[in-house]
Design a protein around this ligand. Structure first.
Ligand code: NAD
Length: 385
């Protein structure tokens, strides 16, 4: 057995960094109260690949739905430049400092997908811009609504967004050629705040149950503590029931409506949340049909759930990308900053255009609508409501 003193030193450094993070979490700011702000600044960062093409439609929609507020100076749409793979590669930073500083001057950010280089890509091996933004802005809740009205499904997923298997994801220890160790991190503060966010949402939206999804029979500490945190928070919400499910059963049975249809709000650790929300998005109709929010106490980012779609760009079909997912994210943004009526109008419009009426159809194929044509259809429909 090799000398493990350097391994132990690595481990103790990781624990020390985590203790410091917990101290910072204890000092976390109050939640932003949008009603008290004189002006709400919405940053818009188009991102990579199809990002600028689909974000253009979101910008048009925001300009229309918030026309009066923008004119009155109550809302500003502010372009954030430089969150592009070209700039990030040139600066060798996953989110260049000056870009992060500009993002921090906004209250919320509407973000296009950002490319994370893979080993075969021509770009330097940068960490994901999303992971960096989540940590820098302490965006602890990844929120994804999924609805299938025809099946009676209306789910909202609260995935813990910082901790779990992700926070030390690139800090695993290869002890020797035979032994590798990765880590899963859970903090009581982290678990309680994701649980509270889910219960608050349930309370404010008339939901009656929250389900915590774990593998606590095997992953006893980190998953077990998340259940404990949910039970503790649940005591403050006597009108909402808390259920426990295992992640393997949930993955296998999510499409079984007898199993799933009465479930409303979910709390999941980071890794299971990543997987289960993608399964749910597929059930709902694919990656184009869902939006996502990354929410912290002070900041929040709204986006599509898909990536920059290099396949479409490389095949000259970027102009046919479906903007529905980023528009669903835009509806979540409007609701988050207190413009509930505008948010509902946009959600209603997307249901009409994409599910009910389908006067023109977008499939990312040239024979169907382009992104801009579909954007026209969305704008016309909003104007009619
Ligand atoms: P992807 O989501 O970009 O593409 C998956 C498939 O869906 C492809 O076939 C693509 O053509 C299609 N697709 C995606 N969005 C579409 C749209 N709006 N309309 C029509 N078709 C669409 O996944 P990927 O190829 O694995 O990732 C590409 C890049 O995006 C990677 O660098 C990845 O790291 C990044 N990514 C970013 C985010 C984000 O910023 N939130 C999320 C996921 C992936």
């Amino acid at each position: 057995m090799k000398d493990i003193s350097s391994t132990l030193k690595n481990f103790s450094e990781l624990i020390e960094s985590e203790v410091k993070r917990i101290e910072r979490m204890k000092e976390a700011e109050e939640f932003t109260n949008f009603k008290e702000l004189e002006k709400i600044i919405i940053g818009i960062a188009p991102g990579d690949g199809i990002g600028p093409i689909i974000i253009e439609q979101a910008r048009r929609v925001l300009n229309l739905l918030l026309e009066e507020e923008i004119k009155a100076g109550k809302v500003e749409l502010r372009e954030i430049e430089g969150l592009t793979i070209e700039n990030r590669a040139a600066k060798l930073q996953s989110v260049p400092e000056e870009v992060l500083a500009e993002i921090k001057k906004c209250h919320v950010l509407l973000k296009g997908p950002t490319t994370t280089p893979r080993a075969t890509d021509p770009w330097p091996n940068l960490p994901s811009a999303n992971a960096t933004l989540r940590r820098e802005l302490d965006l602890f809740a990844n929120v994804r609504p999924m609805s299938m009205p025809e099946k009676g499904i209306d789910w909202t997923f609260y995935r813990e967004n910082i901790e779990g298997a992700y926070i030390w994801g690139s800090k695993g220890i290869q002890v020797d050629e035979n032994l590798a160790i990765d880590f899963v991190v859970e903090t009581a503060i982290g678990s309680e705040r994701i649980a509270r966010a889910a219960f608050e949402f349930a309370k404010n939206n008339g939901k009656t149950n929250v389900t915590v999804v774990t593998k606590a029979n095997i992953v006893k500490l980190t998953d077990g503590n998340l259940i404990k945190a949910c039970k503790k928070v649940a005591e403050e919400y006597p009108e909402i029931t808390l259920e426990e499910r295992f992640v393997d059963v949930t993955a296998a049975k999510l499409s079984d409506m007898e199993f799933s249809k009465d479930l409303q709000v979910f709390v999941l650790p980071n890794l299971y949340g990543d997987i289960i929300t993608d399964i749910a998005a597929e059930l709902q109709g694919g990656l184009g049909t869902a939006g996502a929010a990354n929410i912290g106490a002070k900041y929040a980012i709204f986006e599509a759930i898909h990536g920059s779609a290099p396949f479409l760009i490389n095949n000259n079909r970027g102009e046919y990308a479906d903007p529905s997912s980023v528009l669903r994210g835009t509806a979540m943004l409007l609701s988050h900053i207190g413009y509930q009526a505008q948010s509902e109008k946009l959600t209603r419009t997307l249901d009409i255009c994409g599910i009910e009426e389908r006067k023109i159809v977008i499939t990312s194929q040239r024979e169907n609508a382009s992104t801009a044509e579909y954007g026209d259809y969305v704008i016309e429909t909003i104007k009619k409501l």
